[in-house]
Design a protein around this ligand. Sequence first.
Ligand SMILES: N[C@@H](CCC(=O)N[C@@H](CS)C(=O)NCC(=O)O)C(=O)O
Length: 225
Amino acid sequence: MEEESSVKLHGMWASPYVLRAKLALNIKGIDFEYIEEDLANKSELVLQHNPVHKKVPILVHNGLPVVESTIILEYIDETWPDPPHLLPKDPYLRAKHRFWAAYLQQVMDILSKPVITRSKPTEDEKNEYWKKMDMAEEFIKADLFPNGCPSFQDAKPGYLDIVLYSFLGTFDVVEEFYGFKHLTAERYPFLASWTKALSEVPQVKDATPSRVKLIEILHEHYQVK
Ligand SMILES: N[C@@H](CCC(=O)N[C@@H](CS)C(=O)NCC(=O)O)C(=O)O
């Protein structure tokens, strides 16, 4: 008899990092129990399972905790090796996907900082952001998709798609909050159409938090001081 596998995800609904884990589980078709955590009043479980960072997402597989969203994605891919694969099989391509995912994280950090510190992005931060986005637009396309934007008609989203979407798919609320456009189809046609293609994938759509609720939480908890 096959041993029953228990998969639990501790998260917070608005978190882009939790979204990554949800997307990976949805795309791989893994059943899981979702546990919403109150980050203002952290549960014993969060403190016990992630004593170093005390953050979500936390994936608990058969009682064993795995933390850090990109590590969770890799863990899921390795533990459930049937297709769809999140990372490419070829080691060189895999290295490239990891490189670009880490790069996108750096760009995302520029926009996350003002949200966390409840301040408006400074001119320097905005310029840094545009500079890094310009690079992403030009070089990800040249490096990985010279023939055009990725399509999800046949293929399922993978590791890099998930990291991109957790940032560009939901951070447009930041645009509304701060009144500055961070992803325009005119300036970033490749990144914008990639994000749009992802937003139409059913497993992605299902996991994406409501835009209205995201804007509400920004106003409630992250109002600029
Ligand atoms: N590097 C972590 C970041 C996770 C993270 O920042 N989680 C936030 C929610 S968006 C959190 O749990 N914050 C609680 C806290 O900072 O106390 C990852 O990739 O999983």
